[in-house]
Design a protein around this ligand. Structure first.
Ligand code: SF4
Length: 516
């Protein structure tokens, strides 16, 4: 679906969890500009990437202030809060939690005091060596390095912030953030597109695989970094280039400095092209919308259907449905109307309303559907509950036949790099054949695009893409399953509280977080 509209991140039954995005980041260095407002609008364009909490940190050259809270960007900030965030550097974040619970303490940017001032950091992605990083932080704290915080964050990101804040050289001299980053970043494994800052400098860093996107843009009077090019567009910045995999960029009054902290081994997430990124975003030089249309074309060639009308599951399936219709010659039409204002709400639907299910989000256009043999195009199937309800709804609305076509292959493996699909056991494609899934959905037929067809549609070489959720080939070694998991640090912190185990929960001691 076109994202950035403040809606839930997938076409779900209320209460159902589909693929969830893993954060949007935005950073700006622009003296003379309203950097907090630029960050607000940048995050607004990235809202689809994380809808649980939002935050902006601003530096005026001598002090960093952080404002963050649970909720959508538009719920967290107003004119007053933005007006109080004055300065020339800002870092913003919209969160979906992957490691660490969805609580205020884990909202970002994370903040730590350093020997030289302070650091604020926002992270898109998910780390796979969290346990190892926690040990490094604990060792750092045991050596008396690193200022502490009373804010008990339990996310992977705070560990990196703590490491950046507490590094020393061999003689024990505290390092600046710029000195610490090339030492710390090579120790971090997993997916990370990070923006961070001290009082005077904006930094951007991307993991060696470049799994999540991160782009650099130029304002008339400054620089911007953001998760997606669409966020540069909204603030009037021109796209300069991507932050390269394994690259660290620093921006201040002396201009832009770049260095490599690791060799680039590009393995960008193919699911960004399928579903995650906005269609008006370009990643690695390829436009996302065009990739999705091409996926639809290839799907039509690979899995034709005898039908009267192609419709999309709005709006995530729309570009692929357009491509399917173009290639098949079957007319494209709107068969479903989406309620654009069903978004993340703090009002829980009652049981009666919940039973309305998919109708809270989608309503069929009966006059269009009645008597037709339909091809319904969607981007992916996770558990299948939404598609099952959709097929039933279309039949009730008079569809003669329902042929489901999916513009990504079956999702069979979990993602450890920032997308929370479901557990492996919950994935409908894990254990069922395509025919069995089609029967389970109640469809007349079901077909997925091939993995090669999806990859070709992106125009990115296969060996430069992560497609592990489809084929199980992870782009890096993973630790044992017990060392992965969303609540790893909460579990360890609670072990600490019981007096067992060691951990980062006791790293220091000053309440560094400031809320205006
Ligand atoms: S496992 Fe799937 S969703 Fe996760 S990074 Fe790889 S391609 Fe993207």
């Amino acid at each position: 679906m076109p994202r950035g509209d403040g809606k839930l991140s997938h076409d779900l039954l209320p209460g159902e969890k589909g693929p969830q995005d893993a954060c949007g980041v935005f950073g700006v260095w622009a003296p003379g500009e309203e950097v907090a407002k630029l960050s607000y609008f940048g995050l607004y364009a990235l809202q689809h990437r994380g809808q649980e909490s939002a935050g902006i940190a601003v530096s005026n050259g001598s002090q960093i202030l952080v404002f963050k809270d649970m909720g959508l960007v538009s719920q967290v900030f107003d004119e007053t809060s933005l007006g109080s965030l004055r300065g020339h550097i800002a870092v913003g974040h919209a969160r979906y939690s992957t490691t660490g619970a969805s609580v205020w303490e884990n909202a970002q940017p994370t903040f730590r005091a350093t020997a030289h001032g302070s650091i604020a950091l926002g992270h898109n992605g998910n780390l796979v060596n969290t346990a190892q990083l926690a040990e490094l932080v604990a060792a750092q704290a045991a050596a008396g390095n690193g200022r502490a915080t009373q804010v008990a964050a339990t996310n992977d990101t705070d560990l990196v912030t703590a490491l950046l804040a507490g590094q020393t050289d061999d003689d024990g001299r505290p390092l600046t953030v710029e000195e610490a980053a090339p030492r710390v970043l090579p120790k971090v494994r997993g997916a990370f597109s990070m923006v961070f800052m001290d009082e005077n400098t904006l930094y951007a860093a991307r993991d060696p695989q470049g799994i999540r996107p991160l782009v650099l843009g130029r304002l008339e009077r400054g620089w911007v970094v953001a998760s997606e090019t669409s966020a540069l567009d909204i603030v009037g910045a021109s796209v300069i280039r991507e932050i390269e995999p394994g690259e660290l960029v620093a921006i201040d009054e002396n201009g832009l400095r770049t260095q490599r902290f690791a060799e680039a081994k590009p393995r960008g997430c193919v699911f960004e092209y399928v579903y995650l990124a906005r269609p008006d975003t370009d990643i690695a030089g390829r436009n996302v919308y065009l990739s999705r249309v091409e996926m639809g074309r290839k799907l039509a060639a690979e899995a034709p259907a005898d039908a009267d009308l192609v419709i999309a599951t709005p709006e995530s399936g729309t570009p692929a449905a357009i491509g399917y219709a173009e290639a098949s010659g079957i007319p494209y039409g709107s068969g479903l109307v989406k309620n654009s204002y069903v978004g993340r709400t703090f009002i829980q639907p009652s049981q009666t309303i919940r039973q309305l299910g998919i109708r809270l989000k989608l309503n069929p256009l009966r006059e269009v559907i009645r008597g037709k043999r339909l091809v319904v195009v969607d981007d992916s199937i996770v558990r299948g509950n939404t598609q099952r309800a959709l097929v039933r709804m279309l039949r009730e609305a008079g569809a003669a036949e329902v042929h489901v076509r999916i513009s990504s292959p079956p999702i069979k493996w979990p993602c450890f790099f920032g997308i929370d699909f479901a557990t492996r056991a919950e994935l409908i494609a894990n254990g069922l054949s395509t025919e069995e899934i089609g029967t389970s959905l109640g469809a007349d037929s079901l077909a997925y695009i091939s993995t090669d067809g999806m990859i070709e549609a992106t125009t990115i070489p296969k060996d430069q893409l992560c497609r592990a959720c489809f084929d199980g080939e992870y782009p890096m070694e993973l630790p044992e399953p017990e060392l992965l998991g969303k609540h790893l640090l909460e579990a360890e912190a609670s072990a600490d509280a019981d007096g067992v185990g060691t951990l980062a929960s006791g790293v220091g001691a000053a309440d560094a977080l400031k809320r205006p």
